[in-house]
Write a protein that binds this ligand. Structure first.
Ligand SMILES: C[S@@+](CC[C@H](N)C(=O)[O-])C[C@H]1O[C@@H](n2cnc3c(N)ncnc32)[C@H](O)[C@@H]1O
Length: 538
């Protein structure tokens, strides 16, 4: 609602308007409406908040805005604890909303998507109360920070040094300096601080690869200069261990005749009886920038918890390591970590997906386990679609006769097989297939026996047509659909529960789980079942 007399046609970029935020949209922006129904999506607006906002983009259908100030005290507003949030950091979107209110807003988004997109009539009754995260800060085991040759100015008159940070919510071209991110632990923040200090030394600023090579590349996008910090659990010391991955564009080539493992790492892993991760990471070439090696020494000295440092070069900005491992090179230490989930040990590599909130993943998997409805006599065949490194399939394997995982990323499939061996799950099989392709889905259907239970945990795009068609005909009695996007989940639920289809499922419940407090991200687990009469015969 617009409290001023401004009309849509008059809205221009830079205008300020008084609004009341009605709800949160998927993506975390506040939804505000003008009297004629025109929608303004406003960053950082809280549901129910009266605010003044500045228009940043005005289109025919809607406008975007940033909050300038609250105009009335909001009942659920709290003081955000993080300094960077106040400065406009885009890493969190809701730190100044009380955690209970964040949970209520996320739960409501799941209900709304199910009703509006999924056309589910009794959506409110089917959505269970959202499960909160017991540790709402410092929960992420992986964060990426962007490098900027000039960070955003913190105060007028102060210099703009080089460093690492996160994008400004209202001006994504600017990278805000970040030294204490409340989403990751203190050790990861120490790594960030050491790296920023390294690029601010004279030699560092001249030689470090994230500064140099990208300048030579036409059309370079600065997002390519970044650092990823990942953590896992050292199985021998039971302490957190860290991988640092420096991403740059450019031409830093690995040596021609690389060993698959550093001798140091291989000896260490053999001694500890750990699996030698299968993926191939060449050692970085001998001639390395001096500043880089000084930074490595500094990191090792200042943060002894670091287990390995890698370098990823990519001439195509924005491409993720998971898409192509070609440019990955080991600078020092080990190239993978371990993490413990539901009593099993998993290898974490830079090449495959791993859930970023380890503790809350155990809550999520417990929901999946309880929803699966096992026969109880270990007779079930379970199919885990979009299986990543096999974590769900392996956590449930002891309750099944056989578990199958299907995943498009070959590195993740290799990790899953290694994880199965390491955890002695001899009834687990993992296949590589691109589930968006009919021929790959047909191949899976041919090689996997009729499943009793299917778990599907796709990326944000949801299930594709080949998967929906397979699910309708596969005969499984239960489908547990884990989603990080309530909109695509609701769209798929409508297709899977279409009563015009003889083999359709019935939606039993949807359980939202808060995996990512203070951010807009929403995870939900939908349970769909078929009555035995509707199960197609093979
Ligand atoms: C949200 S992750 C879930 C992974 C796993 N279930 C877990 O809990 O760690 C989605 C996975 O789907 C995989 N994926 C994405 N597109 C795919 C496709 N078209 N076919 C098969 N797998 C795909 C990704 O590589 C990723 O590992």
């Amino acid at each position: 609602m617009c409290e001023g007399s401004q009309r849509v046609s008059q809205l221009r970029v830079g205008d300020e308007v008084d609004l009341i935020c009605q709800s949160l949209a998927f993506g975390g922006q506040g939804v505000c409406k003008l009297p004629d129904g025109y929608t303004i999506f406003c960053d950082r607006a809280l549901p129910g908040e009266h605010l003044r906002a500045r228009i940043t983009a005005a289109k025919k259908t809607h406008a975007n805005a940033v909050k300038v100030a609250s105009t009335q005290q909001h009942a659920n507003a709290v003081e955000a604890p993080c300094t960077h949030y106040h400065a406009g950091c885009g890493g969190c979107s809701m730190q100044n909303l009380a955690y209970d209110a964040q949970l209520a807003a996320k739960e409501q988004q799941v209900v709304d998507a199910l009703g509006r997109i999924g056309k589910v009539e009794d959506a409110r009754a089917l959505v269970k109360p959202i499960l909160p995260c017991a540790q709402p800060f410092r929960y992420r085991n992986k964060m990426a920070f962007t490098f900027a040759p000039q960070l955003q100015q913190v105060l007028p008159g102060l210099p703009r040094p080089a460093g690492f940070g996160l994008r400004n919510v209202s001006n994504p071209k600017e990278v805000l300096p970040v030294w204490d991110c409340w989403l990751q632990d203190e050790t990861a923040n120490r790594i960030l601080q050491v790296l920023t200090s390294a690029v601010q030394t004279k030699r560092g600023s001249q030689e470090l690869p994230m500064l140099k090579p990208w300048k030579k590349i036409k059309g370079f996008h600065p997002a390519v200069g970044k650092v990823t910090i990942r953590s896992g659990l050292d199985p021998t010391t039971r302490k957190r261990a860290y991988l640092v991955i420096l991403h740059t564009a450019g031409q830093v080539k690995p040596c021609e005749n690389p060993d698959e493992y550093t001798l140091e790492e291989a000896a260490m892993r053999r001694r500890d009886g750990l699996p030698l991760a299968k993926f191939h990471v060449p050692q970085m070439r001998k001639k390395r920038p001096k500043a880089l090696m000084e930074t490595v020494e500094l990191l090792k000295r200042e943060v002894p918890e670091i287990a390995g440092i890698l370098h990823y070069t990519d001439p195509r900005p924005g491409r993720e390591i998971e898409d192509s491992a070609d440019g990955l090179a080991l600078i020092w230490g080990q190239k993978s970590l371990m993490e413990r989930l539901c009593g099993l040990d998993f290898a974490i590599t830079p090449l495959s997906f791993f859930q970023t909130n380890t503790k809350q993943t155990e809550t999520l998997y417990k929901v999946v386990r309880d929803a699966a409805g096992f026969a109880g006599d270990r007779s079930d065949v379970l199919l885990d679609l979009y299986s990543g490194t096999g974590t769900i399939a392996l956590c449930l394997a002891s309750r099944c006769r056989k578990v199958y995982g299907v995943e498009s990323n070959q590195h993740a499939v290799d990790d899953a097989m290694e994880n199965a061996r390491y955890n002695c799950k001899t009834n687990a099989i993992f296949l590589q297939a691109d589930l968006s392709k009919d021929e790959d889905m047909a191949h899976v259907a041919q090689h996997v026996p009729r499943p009793d239970i299917v778990i599907a945990d796709p990326a944000r795009a949801g299930l594709g047509k080949p998967v929906i068609e397979y699910l309708m005909g596969c005969g499984a009695r239960t489908l547990v659909y884990v989603s990080c996007n309530p909109a695509t989940q609701a769209r798929d639920i409508q297709l899977l529960t279409d009563t015009a289809e003889p083999n359709s499922f019935q939606l039993e419940s949807v359980q939202p789980v808060d995996m990512f407090p203070h951010t807009e991200h929403i995870e939900s687990v939908a349970v769909l079942r078929r009555s035995s009469g509707a199960v197609p015969q093979p």
